[in-house]
Design a protein around this ligand. Structure first.
Ligand SMILES: [Zn+2]
Length: 139
């Protein structure tokens, strides 16, 4: 059984900004993968990445060395979306350099890290955390 060997923080580089309020969804992920392997969930239930998410994964995603838990054929890609007052309601895909810039902004942004398999369309929210100066001041 494969597991997540590396977190997103490794891919967005060292010197990344302080992050607060991180919520991890890895336990949820493991339980979904387990249900899929036991046949309780079908492939169409878990491999439902939208075209836009796949496009972002191909263009801005960070390649990982973690094998997809569903098709076990492709390596996973991590993508990040930011949500905040001045960003579109559907969020904005984050390029690697953006995160450092976001951390200097006054307003707090919520960043969502999603893992995606561009082979079988598996996708899952990995973690949510905040960046921005107001986020850093809270804790
Ligand atoms: Zn896959």
């Amino acid at each position: 059984m494969s597991s997540v060997r590396s977190g997103p923080e490794q891919f967005w580089g060292s010197g990344s900004p302080p992050r607060t309020g991180r919520i991890e969804y890895r336990l949820v992920r493991e339980s979904i993968v387990r249900d899929y392997r036991r046949g309780r969930l079908g492939r169409s239930d878990v491999c439902d990445a939208q075209p836009e998410l796949l496009r972002v994964a191909r263009n801005l995603g960070r390649q990982t060395a973690t094998e997809c838990p569903i098709c076990e054929d492709a390596d996973l890609v991590h993508v990040m979306f930011a949500f905040g007052p001045r960003l579109p309601p559907s969020g904005r895909a984050v390029a690697p350099g953006d995160l450092v810039r976001f951390s200097r902004q006054r307003e707090e942004l919520a960043c969502y890290v999603v893992e995606v398999c561009t082979g079988c369309n598996w996708n899952h929210l990995l973690s949510v955390f905040s960046v921005g100066r107001s986020a850093a001041r809270v804790r």
